[in-house]
Ligand binder design. Structure first.
Ligand code: IFM
Length: 468
């Protein structure tokens, strides 16, 4: 267990001055009300309705009912003492169908949320795209179609016009790597495509959408800063031999570099000669596209959950790290190896705070002066929480996880201007293909009654935040 478990005050003393502490959620995972206020279906509405897609057979039609209970949730945040709330705007709520004008009821909902946050002294941080592509755009190919990038920019413009006077920070995309790998390559997330390496075109279109959205937001003179969020997993070979090192390099490119390099350096990484064919869709791309993608940013968002160890040879089963089954996985010539030396979360992810430090060093080393200030826009862990007879939830493992990761974040890394950490997540929510099985919240949500109960991790963080 963490050394800081009983000493949140001592850890607070290590927080750099002005370090932002926040909590994060995403629209589809918490809002519910999927058929209210003029919202239209997204790819996830379709995906979750297909038999066998969601581990526990649940759906997100109610989720944590944040749409109706946001005021109560803002009170929880205020009592917790966070500086900022990172939430996502639902694209099909703001712009039903993904084309045309803004939906008044959708705008009204986010107006109320943003105003409640500001009244509580909490800075609103809005993600434009946290995976809920409007379904009509998916019918035209979704992110495999170039036009989606332009549609995304139109939506960004609407959002900038509606909320630009009050949003403190804008995040264009959340984890485009997860969208491409889980959604378009392996088929375990919406839209369920199994294109393997052909899915890489969706990388380029998401990044192009990012660049166009930055331009659109700037054209509306939004007052807040603009950035993007990528999920970074430091990669290492399971064995120190040429073949395994080469596979680890390919995985690092697929998971990390093809998303960060174009945004920060204006180019895709150099692909290893023998693997060039796999990356054909990202070779010889138009310079004008790269210029659009390479927009000056006010900050860069990094999600860190775990490192990845790559072994040579095909996987022994077809499971992704999230425990979903994908036939494509077993065709790969490499596999994701275990970390027997580390304890694991409910998802089976290694708990390795040292690798958060590695991620920060990777970024400082790779991107140097090209890197704007960085925020860790997500970090957290799922565990099977137990409610005691008195109703309390002693989530010691989650508390420990947060303590150890925050200690690393407060330490920072040379050459990197780290400005904040957002805990994933404020409250238990609908964890995509895992349904309600994996709980990440500081606050427990009883999904039958929607009752909220702060866990030990919430109380611990509250003590830390109060003693800053
Ligand atoms: O719940 C997700 C979130 O939507 C994106 N980042 C990872 C989290 C945990 O899996």
């Amino acid at each position: 267990m963490s050394d800081w478990l009983h000493e949140p005050q001592a850890l607070a003393a290590r927080a750099p001055a002005g370090f932002t502490m926040g909590v994060a959620t995403a629209a589809f995972q918490v809002e519910g009300a999927i058929r209210e206020g003029g919202r239209t279906p997204s790819t996830w509405d379709t995906f979750m309705a297909q038999p066998g897609r969601i581990a526990d057979g649940s759906d997100a039609s109610v989720a944590a009912d944040h749409y109706h209970r946001f005021a109560e949730d803002v009170v929880l945040m205020k009592e917790l003492g966070v500086d900022a709330y990172r939430f996502s705007l639902s694209w099909p709520r703001v712009q039903p169908g993904g084309t045309g004008g803004a939906n008044k009821a959708g705008i009204d909902f986010y107006d109320r949320l943003i105003d409640a946050l500001l009244a509580a002294g909490i800075a609103p941080v809005a993600t434009l795209f946290h995976w809920d592509t409007p379904e009509p755009l998916q019918h035209k190919g979704g992110w495999m179609t170039r036009d989606t990038a332009s549609r995304f920019a139109d939506y960004a413009l609407l959002a900038g016009e509606a909320f630009g006077d009050r949003i403190d920070k804008w995040i264009t995309l959340n984890e485009p790597a997860t969208v491409t790998l889980n959604g378009y390559a392996l088929g375990v997330h919406a839209p369920g495509a199994t294109l393997m390496f052909d899915s890489l075109l969706s990388v380029h279109h998401q990044l192009l959408g990012h660049g166009l959205a930055v331009q659109a937001l700037r054209s509306t003179n939004v007052k807040g800063g603009i950035g993007i969020t990528n999920v970074h997993s430091p990669v290492e070979p399971a064995k120190d031999n040429i073949k395994t090192r080469a596979y680890a390099e390919v995985f690092d490119i697929i998971h990390n570099r093809i998303f960060a390099d174009p945004v920060l350096l204006g180019r895709y990484p150099k692909f290893p000669f023998l693997a060039r064919k796999l990356f054909k869709q990202l070779i010889d791309v138009d310079d004008a596209d790269l210029k659009t993608i390479h927009q000056p940013l006010d900050f860069y968002g990094l999600n860190y959950y775990m490192p990845t160890r790559i072994g040579s040879g095909p996987p022994t089963n077809d499971m992704t790290p999230d425990g979903a089954s994908s036939q494509g996985i077993s065709q790969l010539p490499f596999h994701i190896a275990g970390w027997p030396e580390y304890p694991t979360t409910g998802f089976g992810w290694p708990i390795a705070p040292e690798y958060l430090a590695v991620s920060l060093r990777d970024y400082a080393h790779r991107y140097k002066d090209h890197l704007p200030p960085v925020y860790i826009t997500e970090g957290g862990a799922s565990f099977a929480d137990v409610t005691a007879p008195d109703g309390s939830i002693d989530d010691e493992k989650r508390t420990s996880y947060l303590a150890d990761h925050l200690a690393v974040a407060f330490e920072g890394a040379p050459g990197l201007d780290l400005r904040g950490y957002f805990v994933w997540s404020l409250m238990d929510n609908w964890e995509w293909a895992a349904g309600f099985r994996e709980r990440f919240g500081l606050v427990r949500v009883d999904f039958d009654t929607q009752e909220r109960t702060p866990k030990r991790s919430y109380r611990w963080l509250q003590q830390l935040l109060r003693s800053r």
